[in-house]
Design a protein. Structure first.
Length: 254
């Protein structure tokens, strides 16, 4: 099976602090992987390093078999970073930001095609943003902006989706919408790597969980049951979300 990501002995040092310490991780085409772990365990750094956005201080990482610095086929990758502020001072509309997800597919100077427009319309629809398409992005709430970023990745129709906490700050209905979209993509053989705190509605989609603690992988296999059960829709929450589930996860892996 083709490996999408292949990191061997990956080390990342930031501010002289070892943030990733000897990561061996291969993700094959068609997998749906959750990267789990406590705050600061290195999840975001790991996905950024897999994409070549953070340099390794040791080890190697390959993207479709080549080092990220030599990788050229970026249209195959859709990345939704954590807490990116979109729009900024530029009054871009929701549609424009989502259309920017097509850039890697467009040849220079090429006009927006009917295919681009259809992909953007589908992505807006999937994330429930059709009615907001002409609104400036900065007028949207944080959760809505997150949906715009997800729609932008969807519009690019990549083979691989890497999403850093895509459900953070996103309401339950939109989380379910994302779960449905991703389930369809996984069924079509797309690869999905999600950084998560808790699986929530995305749990049925996840076939493999990689749990980080202090920059090392402490579990790589089936999703931890404690997280899965608590995160299942319909589970009767009698405790606040967050720390309790993370504690259980950490206990599970200790
Ligand atoms: N640019 C940076 N410079 C120095 N330290 C950094 C930098 N980025 C991250 N770190 C540190 O690296 C560690 C791992 O951070 P990372 O964001 O990868 O963790 P995380 O598991 O994604 O956390 P969270 O769930 O809070 O997003 C943290 O201790 C963080 O403070």
């Amino acid at each position: 099976m083709t490996s999408v990501f292949q990191m061997t002995g990956g080390r990342v040092t930031l501010d002289r602090r070892p943030v990733l310490r000897g990561i061996d991780l291969t993700v094959s085409e068609g997998e749906a992987v959750a990267i789990l772990g406590a705050n600061g365990s290195g999840k975001s750094t790991l996905v950024r390093a897999l994409l070549g956005l953070v340099p390794l201080s040791g080890g190697t990482t390959l993207l479709y078999g080549v080092p990220p610095s030599r990788f050229r086929d970026w249209k195959r990758i859709g990345y939704v970073p954590q807490r990116l502020s979109v729009g900024g001072g530029v009054p871009a509309t929701v549609r424009e930001v989502v259309l920017s997800g097509r850039i890697a597919r467009q040849r220079r100077w090429r006009r927006t095609t009917a295919e681009d427009k259809a992909a953007v319309a589908d992505a807006l629809e999937a994330m429930g943003l059709t009615a907001r398409a002409n609104d400036p992005v900065h007028a949207l709430s944080g959760g809505q902006q997150q949906r715009v970023l997800i729609a932008r990745a969807l519009a690019g129709q990549p083979d691989v989706f890497v999403m850093d906490e895509p459900t953070a700050g996103v309401d339950a209905a939109s989380q379910q919408a994302l779960a449905d979209v991703l389930a369809t993509l996984v069924a079509k053989g797309r690869t999905v790597v999600l950084v998560m705190h808790e699986l929530g509605p995305l749990e049925p989609l996840i076939s493999r969980a990689v749990v980080l603690r202090d920059g090392v992988i402490v579990h790589d296999g089936k999703p931890p049951q404690a997280v899965g059960v608590h995160a299942r829709p319909g589970h009767d929450h009698v405790h606040p979300h967050g720390p309790a589930e993370r504690d259980e996860l950490l206990r599970w892996t200790s």
